[in-house]
Design a protein. Structure first.
Length: 291
C-alpha cells in the first residue's frame, strides 16, 4: 500500500491558499480471481467476483473529531489514524467535511485525479477562515494551518466520496503544537490566542538562527503585521528589490507603535522568495524584538 504525500513547503509559511498538493490514494493490488467449482453455488453463497462489494461504504469522518497526528502524518494525503477523545492531548481537529462530488463532477471526480486534489486544496483553506474567525491578517500572523485528507483508492471503490479538513498549529517548522480549548471563532474573540498560537521566531529575519515558532515556545522576535504585495506584469514575481523595499515604511511604523523608545528601536522584515511566491504567498511580514 502506498500513499503519496503533499509538498511540505507551504505548511511552513503563513498563508490562506495552498496550491502545492499531490494526488492521494492507496492500492492493495488487484482482487484475487474466483476459485473454480464443480458444483453450482447455492442461492445463499456470496459472489466471489468482488468481495469488497459486500462491505458497506466506509462512514465519512465526523466534524469536530480530534486526532493525535505527528508532523509527517499531517502531510499525508490519506490517513488511517483513528479519532481520539478531544479531552485527551491532540494535535488536529476536523472543522469541515464535504462531498467530493460537490466540488468536481464527472470523470474528473476520481479521488486521485488532479481536479479533485486541487479542488480540496482550495476548499479547505477557504473554510478555515470561517472556522477560526477574525480578519485575514490574524490567520497569517498565527501558526494555524489547514491540512486535508481524501479517501484511499480502496475506500473510494467502496463508495467513499468525502474530503476532510483539519486544523493544526505548528509548534515549530517540523512539529505540531497541542490544541486546547474551543477553536471556533478563536481569532475573532480574544487576542490572548497570540501568546500560544501566534507567529514568533527564534531570531531576527535574515539571521541563520531564524526559525518560525509558536509564541508559546521560547522566542526572541514576534510578528507584528503583514504587507500585501501586488504581482508584477502577468502575475510575475516583482523581484527581490521591489518586495524588499515595500516593507520599509509599514514595518518601521508597526515597530514604533510597540517600542518603548520611539526614537531608538529595531525592526525586521521578511519578504517572500520566488519559491514562496510560486506557492501562493503574496505578502511580507513585519517583525520586532519580543518586549
Amino acid at each position: 500500500m502506498t500513499a503519496r504525500r503533499r509538498v511540505a513547503g507551504w505548511l511552513l509559511f503563513p498563508m490562506l491558499l495552498a496550491s502545492a498538493c499531490s494526488p492521494s490514494g492507496s492500492s492493495d493490488g488487484p482482487a484475487a480471481a474466483p476459485t473454480a467449482s464443480s458444483s453450482p453455488p447455492s442461492s445463499s453463497a456470496a459472489p466471489t467476483s468482488d468481495p469488497s462489494a459486500l462491505e458497506p461504504p466506509p462512514k465519512p469522518p465526523e466534524v469536530r473529531a480530534c486526532y493525535r497526528l505527528d508532523f509527517d502524518q499531517a502531510l499525508e494525503a490519506v490517513t488511517h489514524v483513528p479519532a481520539s477523545s478531544c479531552e485527551r492531548p491532540h494535535t488536529a481537529r476536523t472543522y469541515a467535511v464535504g462531498r467530493i462530488g460537490g466540488l468536481v463532477d464527472g470523470a474528473a471526480g476520481a479521488v486521485d485525479s488532479r481536479p479533485v486534489q486541487d479542488a480540496v486544496a482550495t476548499e479547505c483553506p477557504r473554510r478555515l477562515a470561517a472556522f477560526l474567525g477574525g480578519p485575514e491578517q490574524a490567520i497569517r500572523l498565527s501558526m494555524f494551518r489547514p491540512v486535508w485528507f481524501t479517501p484511499s483508492l480502496e475506500q473510494a471503490d467502496r463508495g467513499a466520496d468525502w474530503y476532510r479538513c483539519d486544523v493544526i498549529a505548528l509548534a515549530s517548522e517540523g512539529s505540531l503544537a497541542r490544541l486546547e480549548g474551543r477553536l471556533e471563532g478563536l481569532l475573532g474573540r480574544n487576542p490572548a490566542w497570540k501568546a500560544t498560537y501566534g507567529l514568533c521566531a527564534t531570531a531576527e529575519p535574515g539571521n541563520p538562527r531564524f526559525e518560525r515558532v509558536a509564541c508559546g515556545s521560547p522566542h526572541s522576535w514576534v510578528a507584528l503585521s503583514t504587507v500585501p504585495i501586488e504581482p508584477g506584469q502577468g502575475g510575475r514575481y516583482p523581484g527581490v528589490d521591489a518586495v524588499r523595499n515595500l516593507g520599509t515604511t509599514p514595518c518601521t511604523d508597526a515597530a514604533r507603535q510597540v517600542a518603548e523608545d520611539t526614537l531608538d528601536f529595531r525592526w525586521g522584515y521578511e519578504w517572500p522568495t520566488l519559491e514562496q511566491w510560486r506557492q501562493g504567498r503574496r505578502y511580507g511580514v513585519c517583525w520586532a524584538p519580543t518586549p
